[in-house]
Design a protein around this ligand. Structure first.
Ligand code: SF4
Ligand code: SF4
Length: 363
């Protein structure tokens, strides 16, 4: 990027400017190109400030202490081009009139201006596209109950929150005081529960990342806890980003990711009892006791391995985040489309389920 472009990007700030995922920019006709193999059902937007984000999450390209100007960084690895917010809102309205948009998501960063701008940007989209579902992906420290209500009244119907870390300790070490970050585990839960009261069941989600240092047992505990509170868990896979503190941390082994995806599905959709999963001394899944009918139907159907995210108006996953958890050309961690026969064979060989699964009898 040229120096002049950097300077001008520093002036193109929210709420008047917004970053948009490349997939969404293509979907709205703001950029040429196509996304191989799938449609982009969700228009993912991100606030833009010259400093990036004032939080300091150790795996994130927008973190305060990441080397380099924020404008140099890539967020989730593919460039997010900048556009005027009103132009993006107009394009959303045009697409609503011509085939429809699955969902819009506006992501807030940690910044003193961010909350007010999030409300403003939500209203701009809502004014032009009265019916489009809007998620607000919030930064919990900017919020309280009154603000959550204001966000709902501005037009958001779902609140997403990046919990990201599956346990209190991992959260501290990657997002909280351990990295001089502003995030607090308890405050994230308080905001999630307040949002759950205000927005309703399954209208609030936590993003959860596999591979930040948590154990399988911690992930499983979190899935059960969120399911009981009717808060959705949407899975992401850690993918080290150059220049971040965690740039040389290896990714979770693929068999671990696949087993976690399968177990999450069985907990959420099949009421898998807690004692069906046993862990070894390190907290890794050592045994899964579940009926063949359940496990094979889940694995053969492919749903557990698809990207999970906020739904469209018909209840189908809208937010499929192409390239959110893997780079172009890499194997899929989660599939932004229904896995085909070859994909399912790959998934099964990656999962190596025979190492931990015992057929637990009748479904
Ligand atoms: S709050 Fe979000 S955008 Fe900011 S550094 Fe953390 S993960 Fe990145
Ligand atoms: S799942 Fe997608 S649409 Fe929903 S809050 Fe997260 S990024 Fe936004």
């Amino acid at each position: 990027m040229l120096r002049g472009e950097l300077v001008s990007e520093a002036l193109q700030i929210s709420p008047d400017w917004v970053r948009i995922s490349t997939a969404a920019a293509i979907e709205l006709g703001l950029k040429p190109g196509r996304i191989a193999g799938c449609r982009c059902g969700c228009i993912n937007l991100l606030q833009n400030y010259p400093e990036g984000c004032y939080a300091n999450c150790s795996y994130c390209g927008l973190a305060r202490e990441r080397p380099g100007a924020a404008e140099d960084n890539t967020f989730i690895r593919v460039a997010w081009p900048l556009f005027p917010t009103d132009l993006v809102a107009d394009q959303i309205a045009a697409k609503e009139a011509n085939g429809g948009v699955g969902r819009v998501c506006i992501a807030e960063v940690q910044d003193a201006r961010a909350y007010g701008d999030l409300v403003d940007m939500t209203r701009r989209v809502r004014r032009r596209a009265e019916e489009v579902p809007i998620s607000a992906l919030v930064s919990a420290p900017t919020l309280n109950e009154e603000r959550l209500r204001e966000l709902r009244d501005a037009g958001a119907d779902i609140v997403g929150i990046g919990l990201d870390a599956a346990s209190r300790d991992v959260f501290h070490d990657t997002r909280g005081r351990g990295v001089r970050g502003p995030h607090d585990w308890d405050q994230h839960w308080e905001i999630a529960r307040a949002a759950r009261r205000i927005f309703g069941p399954w209208k609030v989600n936590f993003h959860v990342i596999v591979g930040l240092g948590e154990t399988d047992a911690e992930l499983v505990e979190l899935f059960y806890a969120l399911h009981a509170e009717e808060i959705a868990a949407y899975l992401f896979s850690f993918n080290p980003e150059p220049g971040t503190r965690m740039h040389d941390v290896p990714r979770a082994p693929i068999e671990r990711t696949r087993r976690i995806q399968l177990v999450k599905h069985l907990i959420e959709r099949e009421e898998l009892p807690r004692d069906a999963i046993a862990f070894d001394a390190a907290g890794a899944i050592a045994r899964l006791d579940a009926p063949a009918e359940l496990v094979e139907a889940a694995a053969d159907g492919g749903t557990p391995f698809r990207t999970d995210g906020c739904p469209d108006r018909a209840g189908e996953v809208a937010c499929n985040r192409p390239y959110g958890s893997y780079r172009p050309g890499e194997e899929f961690r989660d599939y932004p489309f229904p896995p085909g026969v070859d994909d399912l064979a790959t998934i099964k060989s990656e999962m190596r389920l025979h190492e931990v699964w015992r057929d637990g009898g009748e479904a």
